[in-house]
Ligand binder design. Sequence first.
Ligand SMILES: [Zn+2]
Length: 446
Amino acid sequence: MSSVVVTADRAITHAGAARDATSVLAVDGAIVAVGDPEAILADPRATGARRIDWGRRAMIPGTVNTHNHSFQSLLRGIGDDLPFLEWREKALYRYSPKLRAEDMGTAALFAFGEMLLHGVTTVCDFYYINAQGNDHATATIEAAKRLGMRIVMARCFYDWDGAPASYRETIPQAVANFESLARRYQDRERYLTSVQPAPHSQHGATPAMIEAGAGCARDAGVPWHIHLAEEQYQVEQSLERFGARPLHAVSKLAVDMSQMIAVHGCWFDATERALLAERGGSLAYCPGSNMFLGDGVTDLVDLVAKQVRVGLGTDGGCSNNRVSVLDEMRAAALLQKVHRTDGQAIDAETCFALGTHTAGEVLQLPVGRIAPGYRCDLVALDLDDPSLWPEQALEKNVVYALSSRAITDVVVDGQEVVVARQLVHVQLAEIQVRVSELTRDWRRGV
Ligand SMILES: [Zn+2]
């Protein structure tokens, strides 16, 4: 048994923002007690515990990134500001098929290492370049393990023949590969690695492929992910092909929508939002990416009012181009306020929850809250950083004003993975060399 006590001057816990010093006691990576430092240290389970003292810092739950594509960090800057189809042909489809398993490992170290430094402790990697096997996904999961990060591998189910061959599988291949990856990595004790199926989208997966992915989710007792209604043309396409808007078309398939995590939903109309709420489906919301690509504005305010579970996501590092969930909290709030021309459309506390504990609920993991029963994933913020002054309204300042410079330390499952703004297990210099060698000859739009 290994126990740890983490103490900070301030905290945002399940009970709200605490003005006083707070300690967290975790045993084998799970939080068992939260409270006044003296009381926590007197707990018999704290005897012999390691001590992490975050003086002059605030402790917040680690943030949860419900949607990312790690390999896309390699393409950052390569396709920015190009029309979508040109970007897809000249950047994505040109470079991504060349990536080998080792390169996927480099991309994952890069994306996840940068995320950890921004306070992301759980990442869901929606993974669609599988080359008919699991070597790429395995290299990606192993990179997360090496960094000490919690990962959900959303393994793609993809069969659209317009994409490069390395994206595509037959249904039996996708099912067999998903099951073998899940057998190896599904961790139902500490939840450090999870595997969930992800039929790509209505354009990337046939109805039969979507049903196969949802079927694997049902068999494994996990949620499933699908991109839906990201861009307006996808609504037109769904109406043409299936005679129904995207969510209605999916609802006609043999799938369990209560286990579905729709990604984006920018163009869900009122009937689709009502249907999502009625069926108990979830949403991964990526406001930074939606703005970057000019996709549109998801009606987050309405979805939250309808009690749909929503988690924030950064999306890929070449469509945002940041990888910080704390940034997405701010982006979500600002975008919704301007979209409704209402400064009270949504508040900081709601957006903070979307990047922490409701995101954990979306992924069905016990993360995102500083409370007993949750995994011990914590981030320390420097209270001497001016972006957190004055100190009276910590949650507001974290969402609206925080500079990433203030993020000093990160703990995942009770283990320190960032200390004094440095990754603990992998040198950033190693990642930099690998990324620059891999992308040396890559060029924008040629
Ligand atoms: Zn995506």
